[in-house]
Design a protein around this ligand. Structure first.
Ligand SMILES: [Zn+2]
Length: 244
């Protein structure tokens, strides 16, 4: 592993070039992986250079993160046909580490880890908007907790639980077996966290970034359970079990 020699510069391209005509190494496994991923994702990836240009930090979700390369290294697989160049980047806001690889230095990144979270399109518009905003405000945990709780509230309303307090609606959804009892307990924890923030209770401790992630994780899991899985199953049945 090499310590990156280049010191910090504020250099950041204001506009990305069009994706370079990628020169695949013929017969290379890495080249095949590249082709498969590009066909699957159809997204423009950043290049493996001094700064990793992502829209948001995958850890704290800050917009236009300053992800600066700290280390780079070269790896290969046991058959010596998967040569990869890796960059290790650190977010200037949260200190989270993002790794990325390419087949050559300064070429298009094939994958980066962790990948940025996304909200499934099968979740109805209103809760989806709250979830996206919660993801984008993880660097401001109190706000993220409120938004994630609003998403839970909106999802329950969407399923017909519109009357009464959030507490009562969670209870009713659990009694109707729309939520499992474990999910209801988890939902109550989310609700309470949000109440602390909403009422700015001086006795309540402010949520950490980890607390906000935990609440968001629940809200996303609820979305999967209430909307995404049922739709996927419905499509599977219509497609005669051929997936989709
Ligand atoms: Zn970050």
């Amino acid at each position: 592993m090499f310590r990156d020699a280049e010191r910090f510069t504020a250099h950041r391209p204001t506009q990305r070039k069009a994706a370079p005509a990628y020169q695949r190494e013929s017969g290379s496994l890495a080249g095949s992986v590249y082709t498969a991923l590009v066909h699957k994702a159809r997204i423009v990836m950043p290049t493996l250079s001094e700064n990793l240009i992502l829209n948001r930090c995958p850890h704290c979700s800050v917009a236009n993160p300053n992800l600066r390369r700290q280390y780079h290294l070269e790896t290969n697989n046991h058959a010596a046909n998967m040569r990869r160049f890796w960059g290790v980047y650190v977010c200037g806001t949260c200190g989270g580490v993002v790794t990325a690889w390419s087949i050559q230095q300064n070429q298009e990144v094939i994958e980066h880890f962790p990948i940025s979270a996304s909200v499934d399109e099968d979740i109805p518009e209103r809760p989806k908007t709250f979830l996206k905003q919660a993801q984008e405000s993880l660097h401001a945990p109190s706000g993220a907790v409120l938004l994630a709780a609003s998403a839970v509230d909106a999802m329950l309303k969407q399923r017909g639980y519109a009357q009464g307090s959030l507490y009562a609606r969670i209870e009713k959804a659990a009694n109707d077996h729309v939520l499992t009892s474990e999910m209801a307990s988890w939902a109550h924890a989310v609700r309470l966290d949000a109440n602390d923030q909403r009422h700015a209770d001086e006795a309540a401790t402010l949520p950490s970034g980890e607390d906000a992630k935990r609440v968001l994780e629940f809200a996303l899991a609820l979305g999967e359970y209430l909307f995404v899985l049922p739709k996927r199953i419905e499509r599977g049945i219509k497609g005669g079990g051929k997936g989709g």
